[in-house]
Design a protein around this ligand. Structure first.
Ligand code: UT7
Length: 323
């Protein structure tokens, strides 16, 4: 059978770092509160000329370099984002053009913080279905541009950045010893819209709007939803927490990450945490974390890696893959 194998990875961050102490000057908050409640110490904020497409392009170029490929070798580009450069055309098409690629297809995927999981699952379906041989999957965001910088309950949490992987179809034996994606589990439930949403849009207000979140309500659902899709991934593949080499979670909050790992019996030494460095970068957080842990040598070829995310919608999902 065909499996979608990671050929390359890359990431890009804005130049400007914003520390917690800088935020103390903007809103009534403290470094102590932010670190204790979230684990975040700093985040990157896009400056002039830095956009979701420019960050996504840089991450894509890094992933292509790593894979020893060029844009000519790609069939499809999928960009997971909730902060596109324009309402349309898709940011993926913008990045396709920036890469000098004028063949194949490019489109955006909108599942907020679970966007990268949804995009990887979609790329995997394209590859296994014979629609594409190589897919560039990018998670890219500039949440700083939809934050209400006077709302301390949200503005301290988010940051900007982009990460990318290249998936390639390779003939495999069909066992869990194969490299590549072993399963993807996706879920959504629109009943929770009011808990995490943006209060504007082309068809409602005609404006972009600002992010609104009932953090405590989101928190209450997070661990249960994450556990649900991780257990589904184990069940689909006959694997267990003991088989895992790495858990690479969506980086929203250190307490959610630790709570989920503890509930699933995954030792914290096997969990990749970058929320301290990047804050919550929504769809970019998993590929940014993958880039850190694969670049520093923690994630190695053949490792069993579990990705998971939960976010606005609600949407949630997991991907189990062998690196
Ligand atoms: O990625 C998408 C998914 N999103 C998430 O996963 C976010 C999930 N939620 C969370 O991570 C947490 O709920 C937060 C980090 C957002 C908040 O942590 P919490 O422990 O749930 O705090 P809370 O909302 O219960 O607020 C506790 C107190 C409140 O004051 P009172 O009512 O107890 O007097 C807040 O007003 O902390 C106050 N507070 C702050 N204080 C200082 C809220 N934001 C801040 C702040 N600085 N920035």
């Amino acid at each position: 059978m065909i499996r979608s194998v990671v050929r390359g990875f890359g990431a890009s961050l804005p130049k400007r770092v914003m520390t917690n102490s800088e935020l103390e000057e903007k809103v009534d908050t403290s470094d102590e509160w932010i670190v204790q409640r979230t684990g975040i110490r700093q985040r990157y904020i896009a400056g002039e000329g830095e956009t979701t497409a420019s960050l996504g392009e840089a991450a894509a170029r890094a992933a292509l370099d790593k894979a020893g490929l060029t844009a000519a070798d790609l069939d499809v580009i999928i960009v997971a984002t909730s902060t596109p450069d324009n309402t349309f055309p898709a940011t993926a098409v913008n990045i396709q053009n920036r890469l000098g690629m004028h063949h194949g297809a490019a489109f955006d995927m909108q599942a907020v913080c679970s966007g990268f999981i949804y995009a990887v699952a979609t790329a995997d379906a394209y590859i296994r279905g014979g629609l594409a041989k190589r897919v560039l999957v990018i998670g890219a965001e500039t949440f700083s541009r939809i934050l209400d910088w006077s709302d301390r309950t949200t503005c301290v949490l988010f940051g900007d950045g982009a990460g990318a992987i290249i998936l390639e179809g390779q003939e495999s034996s069909g066992t869990t010893a194969d490299r590549g994606i072993l399963t993807a589990q996706l879920r959504s439930d629109g009943a929770h819209k009011e808990k995490l949403y943006v209060d504007g849009g082309p068809s409602t207000t005609g404006t972009v709007g600002h992010l609104r979140m009932e953090g405590r309500e989101v928190f209450k659902h997070a661990v249960g939803m994450i556990t649900d899709v991780i257990e589904a991934a184990f069940e689909a593949t006959g694997t267990t927490a003991d088989d895992l080499d790495w858990l690479v979670p969506h980086q929203a909050n250190r307490r959610i990450i630790d709570g989920s790992a503890r509930k699933l019996g995954i030792p914290l030494e096997k969990v990749v945490v970058t929320v301290d460095l990047h804050g919550n970068t929504s769809a970019a957080s998993i590929p940014l974390a993958l880039n850190v842990a694969a670049s520093d040598g923690r994630i190695k070829k053949g490792d069993l890696v579990l990705l998971e995310a939960m976010g606005g919608g609600f949407t949630w999902g997991s991907v189990l893959l062998r690196w």
